[in-house]
Design a protein around this ligand. Structure first.
Ligand code: FDA
Length: 393
């Protein structure tokens, strides 16, 4: 027997639940098919358990996509303030961490509870442990074969997310489904992910694991200021995660190790003020001590400051502001926060998120080739794209 409804949503994550709630509250009969044993697993683990649920400064410029204009329409119609209003309606206390980044005071569980309450208000039927085996188009409607039987609907929403953190339920199913209906996939790769080092770069850094410092990381014309954390395999921290989304295999990175200083002016001042001090001692005032010692032991000749000519100090300042590094790779989907690439937006309506190839088929959230920076932007895209599709399915 085939169980019919108006809208089937594959994937009970951020975008899928938002879409289901909006459509359900419009009176549509909606069913969510989630293959994991509970919905919203990534929401639960997000923001260190406190879910960075939006960013008040969200603009289209915070997203990577082959078509940077695609995200504009949905983001303009469902803003961070719309989600904040929902959060406040549910009595969830929150705070702003870095400028614009909003986190729950208590727990990410509250965001999942909010979404479930909104779905309940729309009489959405949520099926967990419901693995989808295949989808077929029959008499103008979508028929979905699952572990819990066969379901059919006129509208099918693909909200299966990206490939990151497979143990949380990530699959490539959405991409396979998109291909089945003639959609192109922009090649996928891990984004917002720690970078790995090898060879001399690893020798220089690996035993400094645990050291952290503010840097500005740059590559491919992009610059991100923030923390860097040395790991046993390479580099992590917000600045590295951000730049990882722009980094391509084989490319180099540049690190400004003193992003809050004019290093040349500072070194010349130090030379005037402390001519007998060794460079290594002076650098340890502005860099973590172990890192300053390592740089001087392996890469920089450390002498009393009075022994340096001005041009040597200027060259040193330049080196500290543009420290070159060539990562060997990334930690991959195992630890990545997001997946870059995905369903090509060229064949999807930016207004409704409906496929231009298969009427009634919708793609929302991270499965699309739209990926946000670190800082709450990815959830804002999930809410906005989910709400846009939920309003029309
Ligand atoms: P999402 O991944 O949320 O949901 C997809 C759902 O589809 C999952 O429930 C999955 O199990 C299900 N599914 C997959 N294949 C299926 C199939 N074949 N059948 C049925 N169901 C299927 N972003 C942010 O803005 N702020 C933050 O604080 C964080 N923090 C963060 C931490 C960590 C550790 C990660 C990994 C990611 C983040 N993110 C984030 C990113 C954010 O979690 C992500 O961008 C959104 O969850 C994407 O929402 P979607 O609904 O598109 O996918």
């Amino acid at each position: 027997m085939i169980a019919r409804c108006d809208v089937l949503v594959i994937g009970g994550g951020a975008a899928g639940l938002m879409c289901a709630a909006v459509a359900g509250q419009r009176g549509r009969r909606v069913r969510v098919l989630e293959h994991a044993n509970r919905v919203g697993k990534k929401i639960l683990m997000s923001g260190g358990g406190r879910c960075n649920f939006t960013n008040l400064g969200t603009t289209p410029g915070h997203f990577l996509s082959q078509n940077p204009h695609f995200c504009k329409s949905a983001l303009a119609r469902y803003t961070p303030w719309d989600f904040v209003a929902l959060v406040e309606r549910h009595g969830i206390r929150y705070h702003e961490k870095d400028p614009g980044q909003l986190f729950c005071d208590d727990s990410s569980k509250q965001i999942v509870a909010l979404l479930l309450a909104e779905c309940a208000a729309g009489n959405v039927d949520i099926r967990t442990d419901c693995a989808v085996a295949g989808v077929a188009l029959q008499e103008g409607g979508y028929v979905v074969h699952t572990a819990q039987g066969t379901f059919a609907a006129d509208s099918l929403v693909v909200a299966t997310g990206g490939l990151s953190i497979p143990r949380m339920g990530a699959t490539g199913f959405g991409y396979a489904l998109a291909r089945q209906f003639g959609h192109a996939i922009v090649p996928t790769r891990a984004g917002l992910v720690p970078l790995t080092l090898s060879g001399t770069h690893l020798d220089d850094w690996a035993d400094l694991a645990g050291v952290s410092l503010p840097v500005e990381a740059s590559c491919a014309g992009q610059r991100f200021k923030g923390g860097l954390l040395v790991t046993h395999r390479g580099l992590s921290g917000p600045a590295i995660l951000q730049i990882s989304s722009y980094w391509q295999t084989g490319a180099g990175l540049s690190l400004d190790l003193l992003p809050d200083l004019d290093p040349a002016a500072w070194l010349l001042d130090q030379q005037r003020a402390r001519p007998a001090a060794e460079l290594k001692t002076v650098l340890a005032d502005v860099l973590p001590k172990r890192l300053a010692a390592r740089l001087c032991e392996r890469r920089i000749d450390s002498r009393p400051l009075r022994q340096y000519r001005e041009r040597e100090l200027r060259a040193l300042a330049d080196a500290l502001g543009n420290w070159p590094l060539t990562p060997s790779g990334t930690e991959g989907y195992r630890t990545a926060e997001v997946t870059l690439g995905g369903v090509d937006t060229g064949e999807v309506s930016s207004t409704t998120l409906e496929s231009r190839r298969a009427p009634g088929l919708y793609f929302i959230g991270e499965v699309l080739d739209v990926t946000g920076h670190l800082g709450g932007y990815n959830f804002q895209w999930a809410w906005a794209s989910g709400a846009a599709a939920g309003a029309v399915v």
